[in-house]
Design a protein around this ligand. Sequence first.
Ligand SMILES: O=C(O)CCC(=O)C(=O)O
Ligand SMILES: [Fe+2]
Length: 332
Amino acid sequence: MALLSKDQLDYFNEFGFLPLSNVFDPQEVTDPVIEEYKGVLNSLAEKLFEEGKISSKFENLSFAKKLTKIMQETGESHGGFFDFSLPAPSDVTMDYSGWFGPAVFNAFVNEQILDVVESIIGPEIYSNPVQHVRIKPPERLLPKTYNLQVSVGATAWHQDQGVVSDDADDTNMLTVWFPLLDAPVESGPLKVVPGSHKGGLLTHCGDFGIKGVMQIPTHLFDEDGAVPVPLNRGDIVILNKKTVHGSLSNVSENIRWSFDLRYNPTGQNTGREAFPGFVARSKKDPTSELRDPDVWRNMWEETKIKLSSVNKGDPIDVNFRKRSDGNQSDCA
Ligand SMILES: O=C(O)CCC(=O)C(=O)O
Ligand SMILES: [Fe+2]
């Protein structure tokens, strides 16, 4: 796909988000990711079975049914097993696994996605390490545990700027969200508040909705103006870092599976400097572009080793998600 048109750029500037159809070929980009994750899920099932935490390896079940069974029997999402990231440094231990496979990396550097990103932030593109995979089974099939509610339930209202550290307040961070399977409204895609990026950064409260989950109180923005963003495989939606968004609940019969990635101009602070990013595209110096998935995986592996001995006491060693702003009286 070519760079964005003037109308598309105007839409993005006006509303703070832009859904785009058929940006990439899902057979080439996301189907290989799905294949990779079948292996990840099988190793999780092996591990949990050996530990006596599940009653079977559920060998004959589909990916969706196997994952749902595992969540039902353990009451946990095991999100850390699937995600291509790490938790806060205080929670990083050497037995943390995560998944940093080649098909995942390939999606990060997809040329069609990078063309869209370039239209917004320019041709020096850094892959910001704030990045997640979210695999959410139908909510009605899951037990109502805290872990499942937080990690695979509807995502609470937030601005992406509000969940990175304030070192990145001047960073031109762009969020790219896309589903690996078709994500109609009932599957719980994103919901966004059009135009909400034009105000400032709103207060994110730790204990407003679900305890411990950062969330913007609904009286601070126009919740009634929110719109769902259903997408199909191959589509993406881009978000301004100040656009208020969350997700709907998955009330469908299928899993809701998405990637959310972020990019910023190379050289700007990522807001998670403890994590590794990389140059995804550079017109100035194409040799700086990372294209080796093994190098990427090793960067995360080394980060895990380093962070497993960091922020384990007081005082903390590295700044993570620290924000000094926000009016806490909004949180009452
Ligand atoms: O997919 C979700 O539920 C939330 C994603 C999100 O907040 C983001 O892409 O920034
Ligand atoms: Fe977000």
